[in-house]
Structure formats: C-alpha cells, structure tokens
Ligand binder design. Structure first.
Ligand code: RIB
Length: 296
C-alpha cells in the first residue's frame, strides 16, 4: 500500500451544542463551546492515518496560533505535514458548527485554504506525485481541484473527489477522477435534476459512489447491478466528519486492494463509529475498532 495524499482544507472547528438547529432569525442557548481540529481535507487525512495508512497532507494554514496547533495535531495523528504552507497575514480556516438533533450546520470561512492555489501545487508537486491516490474536496479553490485532478490523471495517480460543499464541476474533469463521492444534494449539483440517482451511477460504474446519510451508500457495479451498502446502526452523538471518515476509510480500503463493495462496507462501519463521539476527528476509529465492529 503506497502513500495517500490529501490536497484540501485545514480548519479550526468552533463547535457548539444546542438542543436543536436554530431557525432563521432565532437565538438559542448553546453549551459546550469547543475549538477542535477540522476541515474536510485534514479530517480525511486523520481518518486514514488512524486506519494505519501512510498519509501526507497538502494545504495551507495562517501564521496564527490556530494554524500552529492544527499542524501539531496532524503530526501527532501520524500525518506527514512537511509540505503544509504557513501563509503570512491570513487567518487559518475556521468552521462555525452547531450540533443539534443528531445533525449539524456549518459555516466555513476559508482563510488560508484559499491560498491552496496552482502555484502552491507546483511547489509541492514532487511529493504529491509520490502518492498512489490523492483525495480532494471543495474547500479549496476550484481551479486548484481541477489542476490537481489533471496532474494526477497525467501521472497515473488515482484522484478521489469528494465534491463537498456542493458546486458544479466540469464534465471533462469528472471524467478524469478515479472515484467521485457526492451526497445526494451534491450529486444533483453535479449531474442535474433530469437524471435519477440510479442512472447517474449506471453511467459511472464502480466510480460514482453516492452517500445517503443514515441509509448508507450506493454504487453501480461493473456488472450493472446497483447496490446499497446499508449504514451501520450507531448511537449518534455528532455526525460532523462522518462523511470525511467514510471517504478516508474508502480510500484506505481501495489501496489495500479491496473490491468496491468491501471497501464501502468497511467505510460505512468506520463512518458509523465516528458519529458516536463528539467532534469531526474525535470519534474516528482505529483500524482494529473497525475490524472488530465488522465482525460483530
Ligand atoms: O466535514 C466536516 C468538516 O467540514 C468540519 O470539520 C468543518 O471544518 C467543515 O470543513
């Protein structure tokens, strides 16, 4: 199993618990304010490192205390951080998260994540192209996402695009990714409303994986059969980062040589376990925990 890279966001998550998600214009009492590591990119990197993969994170932080502590956290989690750039005069990415009623809402302020640009990718290109697989999300500039996907395709590196938060992606770029992992909302933004989820998946067998929250995750096999791998029942505390755990675990299982069905089963269990503790990275399971839960 070779190195897996992530080109993505590194955020400080400012999380607060409330009895429910507030309505428009409403003020609610919150509790348990915490500043904890997050960012879809960093979360996916940590999820994979916890599953024993060799992982390198590519991204930017600001020259502030948050950036310093987030890079330290990545190192402690076993993620290679040598290419993470500290950008002077900009704040580290921040996500404001409300957790309530087994769900969340998130507002992201990109900060240094907007500096993950094409020039930066060229600076780190050598390390990036040592990777067997590279994961990307939508919390860095679109131009960078497209550039990395093209770079990967031209150099035989598999790119996994987790297209969240939702935004459109050019068709020719979609053709170049090895795996595409939207949720249902993101899938509609990518492919439009005029096509069913089933037809989308049939168009991209063993490549398009649509996540469906507590129902599980679907794909179309090369045989043409559309499968739903059901989600593992969980005692949900916080769903933040569950999608990131799913993507990370899916990538690790694929690089281990698992079939797409087995990789999704592994990823689903990892994602379910991650929801049982607070915080995006707080509940991410170790490899043995996933194996044990799968055996139960
Ligand atoms: O996917 C969860 C992540 O989205 C959070 O950690 C937050 O930083 C936002 O980027």
């Amino acid at each position: 199993m070779g190195k897996i890279g992530v080109v993505g966001s590194i955020n400080m998550d400012m999380t607060v618990k409330a009895e429910r998600i507030p309505l428009k214009g409403e003020t609610l009492k919150g509790e348990d304010l915490k500043y904890i590591p997050g960012g879809k990119g960093a979360n996916q990197a940590v999820a994979m490192a916890k599953l024993k993969a060799e992982v390198e994170m590519f991204g930017c932080v600001g020259d502030d205390a948050a950036g310093e502590s987030l890079v330290k956290n990545l190192k402690e989690m076993g993620v290679e951080t040598k290419c993470i750039k500290k950008v002077a005069g900009v704040p580290t990415g921040l996500a404001m998260i409300t957790v309530g009623e087994n769900d969340n809402t998130i507002i992201v302020v990109a900060g240094a994540n907007d500096h993950v640009d094409v020039d930066y990718v060229n600076e780190v290109k050598d390390s990036l192209l040592e990777c067997e697989m590279v994961l990307l999300q939508h919390e860095i500039p679109q131009e960078t996402v497209e550039y990395v996907i093209e770079l990967c395709a031209a150099n035989g590196v598999k790119a996994v695009l987790n297209p969240g938060p939702a935004r459109p992606v050019k068709q020719e770029i979609l053709e170049k990714v090895a795996y595409l992992t939207p949720n249902e909302h993101e899938a509609v933004i990518l492919f439009g409303e005029g096509i069913s989820f089933e037809d989308m998946m049939k168009k991209y067998p063993e490549k398009l994986v649509i996540t469906q929250g507590s129902r599980g995750v679907s794909t179309c096999l090369d045989s043409g059969e559309v499968i739903l791998v059901p989600a593992r029942k969980a005692k949900v505390v916080d769903t933040t980062g569950a999608g990131d755990t799913l993507n990370g675990a899916f990538a690790v299982a694929l690089t281990e040589g698992k079939s797409i069905r087995d990789a999704l089963a592994f990823a689903n269990v990892a994602a379910g376990l991650s929801t049982e503790k607070f915080g995006a990275q707080g509940g991410m399971p170790a490899y043995e925990e996933v194996k044990e839960a799968m055996g139960r």
